[in-house]
Design a protein around this ligand. Structure first.
Ligand code: MG
Length: 373
C-alpha cells in the first residue's frame, strides 16, 4: 500500500456562492459538507495523515467535529497548500477541494494506481462542445478540463510551492518546472460546487435533517450615571446607562451568547474581548450583525429568539414593540419570531435596589435548508 496523505482545502469564503452559508458548511444530513467530503475520501483509502485547511475563526468549531489536523488557510489556494504540506511526511499527497464534493472512489483508485516519484497525476475531461478561442474555433481534441483531486509526489510539490510564481493547481506547478504531469480520465461526478445552481447537479448531496439547536445566554450590567442607555438596540430615556467597555446593551449581549451557544461557537468574551480597544464603546447592534453573519456562515438559520429582561428600572413595556421589531431586523427574521418579556425582582437583590439589569435569552437554530431554495 502506498504511503499517501490527504489535504482537504476548506478555507474558501464562498464569495461567488450567493447564499449566507459558506459552501463548506452546507449540512449534508447531519454533518457539514467539509466533514461529509472528508469521510467520503477516508472511506476510499487509508491515508497516512489528514490535514484540513480552514478559516482561522472556524477551526475551533471544526476541532469539535473531527480529530484530524487543521491548519489555517492563506490568502490564496497556493498559500493554503504551502501551510498544509508542512504537516505532510508521506511519499505522496492527494489534494482535494471541498467544492469537489462528489469525487467517486474509482477516481481515487485510478489516481493512486498511477502514482510515481516526481510526478503529478491529474484527472482531466475532454471537451464535448465546440470551442472558440479569441473569436476563432479551435481543435477541441487538444483541450482538457482539469479537475481535483490531484496526486503529487510530496517532496517535489514541497519544493515547487516555495516558488514565487502563482499556480492555480498542483499540475500547473509541475508543468512549469518541467516535471511529469500524468493525465487520467476525470469524472463528471467530480464537478465543482461554485454557484448555488450547482447544488442541483452534484449527484451525492443529501438534504439536511430537521433538527433544532438551542442556546442560552445571560448578561448582567450595573448602572452608570451620565451614560446613554441602550437596551435591546433601543435608546431609552434614562438618567443612567450601563457600565461597560462597549455601549453596555445587556439584552443584545445575552442574545449574542444564546446564538453562540446554539451554534457551539463559544461566547461573546472570546469573540469580542472586553480588554480589546477595538470594542471600546462598541455599538452592540454591530456586534450582533457580525454574530448573525457568523452563525449563518457555518450552516444555520435563526428560527426563534426569546428574551427576559429583569429590571426594576427602566420600565420596559413602552419599548417592547420597538425592541422586538429592531432585533428581528438585525436577526434577519420576521418579528413574530422574536419575543421580549420583562419582569421585576420584587424589590430584592441588586435589581430590586435599582443597581442594574439582568437579561436571559434563548435562541433556536436549524440547519440551513439549502435544498428548499
Ligand atoms: Mg455584557
Amino acid at each position: 500500500m502506498k504511503s499517501i496523505s490527504l489535504i482537504l482545502l476548506a478555507a474558501g469564503d464562498s464569495t461567488r456562492f450567493g447564499l449566507p452559508v459558506k459552501k463548506q458548511w452546507l449540512y449534508q444530513y447531519d454533518k457539514p459538507l467539509w466533514l461529509y467530503v472528508l469521510e467520503r475520501l477516508q472511506n476510499s483509502y487509508s491515508f497516512e495523515s489528514i490535514v484540513v485547511v480552514a478559516n482561522r475563526q472556524e477551526i475551533p468549531l471544526m476541532e469539535q467535529m473531527s480529530g484530524v489536523t487543521f491548519v489555517q488557510g492563506g490568502s490564496t489556494r497556493q498559500e493554503s497548500l504551502r501551510n498544509a504540506i508542512q504537516k505532510v511526511e508521506s511519499g505522496f499527497v492527494l489534494v482535494n477541494d471541498t467544492a469537489r464534493a462528489c469525487v467517486p472512489p474509482e477516481l481515487i483508485d485510478a489516481l493512486i494506481q498511477k502514482a510515481k516519484p516526481s510526478c503529478c497525476v491529474v484527472p482531466a475531461l475532454k471537451m464535448s462542445d465546440t470551442c472558440y478561442y479569441d473569436g476563432k474555433p479551435i481543435d477541441r481534441e487538444k483541450l482538457l478540463r482539469i479537475q481535483t483531486p490531484q496526486l503529487s509526489c510530496t517532496a517535489t510539490l514541497k519544493e515547487l510551492l516555495e516558488s514565487q510564481d502563482t499556480f492555480t493547481d498542483e499540475s500547473s506547478a509541475f508543468f512549469a518546472a518541467n516535471k511529469e504531469v500524468l493525465f487520467i480520465e476525470g469524472s463528471s461526478d467530480a464537478q465543482k460546487l461554485t454557484y448555488r445552481d450547482d447544488l442541483k447537479s452534484l449527484p451525492c448531496l443529501q438534504a439536511p435533517i430537521n433538527q433544532s439547536r438551542n442556546g442560552f445566554g445571560v448578561d448582567v450590567h450595573s448602572f452608570e450615571e451620565g451614560k446613554d442607555m441602550v437596551l435591546a438596540g433601543v435608546s431609552i430615556e434614562s438618567p443612567v446607562g450601563f457600565k461597560a467597555h462597549s455601549d453596555g446593551d445587556v439584552a443584545i449581549h445575552a442574545l449574542i451568547d444564546a446564538l453562540l451557544g446554539a451554534s457551539s461557537l463559544g461566547d461573546i468574551g472570546e469573540l469580542f474581548p472586553d480588554n480589546d480597544p477595538a470594542f471600546k464603546d462598541a455599538d452592540s447592534k454591530e456586534l450582533l450583525r457580525n454574530v448573525v453573519a457568523l452563525v449563518q456562515s457555518v450552516g444555520y438559520s435563526i428560527e426563534h429568539c426569546d428574551l427576559t429582561i429583569l429590571a426594576e428600572i427602566p420600565k420596559i413595556t413602552p419599548y417592547k414593540e420597538q425592541m422586538r421589531k429592531g432585533l428581528a431586523k438585525l436577526l434577519g427574521i420576521c418579528s413574530s419570531k422574536v419575543n421580549i418579556k420583562a419582569t421585576t425582582a420584587e424589590k430584592m437583590g441588586f435589581i430590586g435596589r435599582k443597581e442594574g439589569v439582568a437579561v436571559y435569552a434563548t435562541a433556536t437554530l436549524n440547519y440551513y435548508r439549502w435544498d428548499r431554495i
